[in-house]
Ligand binder design. Structure first.
Ligand SMILES: [Zn+2]
Ligand SMILES: [Zn+2]
Length: 509
């Protein structure tokens, strides 16, 4: 399999009762009926409509106990969990894509079946509190729903009872889809008609209604998502390193977050915001173009080369943020030639956040590029009255904690990021797991990172000051650090080797 030939499926709409749109230009249309019969015809500039009765059957959920790089480890963890709680049913689930014999993006999840979403939430709570399973590795995952359901498909004057429809462009024609939600789940969510290049696939399942997916070459997808945001004002060595990391990560994570949905990645921020041709750049920076076909690999796997805006001085490990078995190259590393104490310790974390070590992402030493210059990313501060913070916590978690007494970090990762936080109130004590949950719960939007200390003032206490470092999860490449390295004339290879040690650059010629 050549990397340049890889195609991926992006979910554009799902859980729909009706999908409408237009094929603008010439397309080959393949309609597969439930009995497996294939009808093939050519359509030019036609409107279409797909309709499926929404059955409102609830999807089933499970608890993922771990993410393992080998099936054996996943089996062991499942067996151990089943010994503790014999009343459960469990299975090891394979996620990710095996692109070729020597490019394997698969991982394995031991999963306990839970039932409805609220059953799963209750079970998650119990497993965290009452067992010795690794609490940060536990998460709720939807169980598979791949059974196809029939739907009505109308195109021009033709009507079909279809199981699957594929529309394949004959030339560089595009298709339009109506009512694509942008910003799902946010207060500013809106729907727009958007246009796409590549193939359109329509299918339905009993529990998820209709789905529309766009099949397109990996490189085209990367150009209209990540690469389009990478401007010419950034140094070449950084742009090339970022492009290689983004390409590797897509191959490593494809199919993991939408297992059973019938597509690889969604078009929203959950995976990567993708708006079809509206975001296609006119031209791509030559430094990015030159990386076509290049990825990082580790032991025959595409490297899951994560990146974030600023590590804050030290990068975080994969397992601290997402749980499970983290790959060896996503270890914790100082961002530069620094000696750092053990930041899992409260005192060391506090000293570290009050100091400003000469890390590559510290703008006192290495000025930020203009586009990222409005915010202080290396060290930041938020001040709240006790009342303000109580309200935010109640709004975000739905738990009434009473008077806020204390925020107590229980577990910190190697970068100082808080992984488990206890919120102590006069009525309730609440535990938050995972850095993203913690960042959400303590801000009306998001805290920049969960690497922070809390300083209290007054007897109540009346005021809470949060002093933090870094922007984002801090795993893998530190974008501001990598820009500084490139500005110091360090090469793409040197940058990648610094943030992803033990990986190799794989170039397909
Ligand atoms: Zn997604
Ligand atoms: Zn950094």
């Amino acid at each position: 399999m050549r990397i340049s030939n890889i195609q991926i499926d992006i979910g554009l709409l799902w859980n729909e009762a009706e999908i409408t749109g237009e094929l603008a230009g010439e397309f080959d249309v393949d309609v597969t009926t439930l009995s497996g019969k294939l009808e093939r015809f050519t359509a030019e500039s036609r409107n279409f409509r797909a309709r499926a009765p929404l059955t409102h059957k609830k999807r089933a959920f499970g608890i993922r106990l771990d993410e393992s790089l080998s099936e054996e480890r996943a089996q062991e963890i499942l067996a151990r969990a089943l010994r503790v709680s014999g009343s459960f049913k469990g299975d090891v689930i394979e996620a990710g894509v095996r692109w070729s014999e020597n490019l394997d993006g698969r991982i394995w999840w031991p999963v306990l079946a839970a039932g409805s979403l609220s059953d799963a939430e209750e079970l998650l709570h119990d497993l965290r509190d009452k067992t010795n399973l690794e609490p940060l590795a536990l998460s709720i995952v939807p169980m598979e729903d791949t059974r196809e359901a029939p739907f009505h498909f109308t195109i021009g004057e033709m009507k079909f009872e279809a199981a699957r429809v594929a529309c394949i462009p004959r030339a560089k024609t595009i298709f339009h889809l109506d009512k694509i939600p942008i910003g799902r789940g946010f207060h500013w969510e809106r729907k727009e008609k958007l246009s796409y290049r590549g193939q359109l696939h329509l299918f339905a399942s009993p529990k998820q209604g209709l789905t529309a997916a766009n099949r397109l070459p990996l490189e085209t997808y990367l150009h209209s998502t990540v690469f389009s945001e990478m401007g010419a004002d950034l140094p070449d060595a950084f742009l090339a390193a970022q492009a290689i990391a983004a390409r590797s990560t897509v191959l490593a994570t494809t199919g993991r977050h939408h297992r059973g949905d019938g597509f690889h990645l969604c078009n929203d921020d959950h995976c990567q915001c993708y708006q079809g041709v509206s975001r296609e750049p006119n031209d791509i920076h030559p430094a990015i173009g030159e990386t076509a076909g290049q990825i990082l690999t580790h032991e025959n796997k595409p490297a899951d080369a994560r990146y974030a805006k600023s590590c804050g001085g030290v990068s975080e490990t994969y397992e601290a943020v997402w749980g499970g078995e983290g790959p060896a190259y996503l270890m914790s590393r100082p961002c530069g030639e620094l000696t750092i104490g053990n930041l899992k310790d409260e005192k060391a974390a506090s000293d570290f956040l009050h100091q400003k070590p000469a890390a590559f992402c510290n703008d006192d030493f290495y000025p930020y590029p203009e586009r990222w210059n409005e915010e202080r990313h290396f060290r930041w501060q938020r001040d709240y009255s006790a009342k303000e913070l109580e309200n935010i916590i109640q709004n975000k978690t739905g738990v009434e904690i009473g008077r806020l007494r204390e925020l107590r970090p229980l577990v910190r990762g190697a970068s100082g990021r808080i992984l488990i936080l206890e919120i102590i109130g006069s009525k309730r004590t609440l535990k938050l797991y995972r850095e993203l949950e913690i960042r959400r719960a303590l801000s009306s939007s998001h805290l920049p990172s969960s690497c922070f200390i809390i300083e209290l003032q007054g007897k109540g206490p009346d005021r809470f000051t949060i002093i933090g470092g870094g922007w984002g999860h801090g795993v893998g490449l530190c974008q501001l650090g990598a820009v500084a390295m490139a500005n110091q004339n360090m090469s793409t290879e040197k940058i990648l080797d610094h943030y992803y040690p033990h990986t190799s650059l794989f170039t397909q010629t």
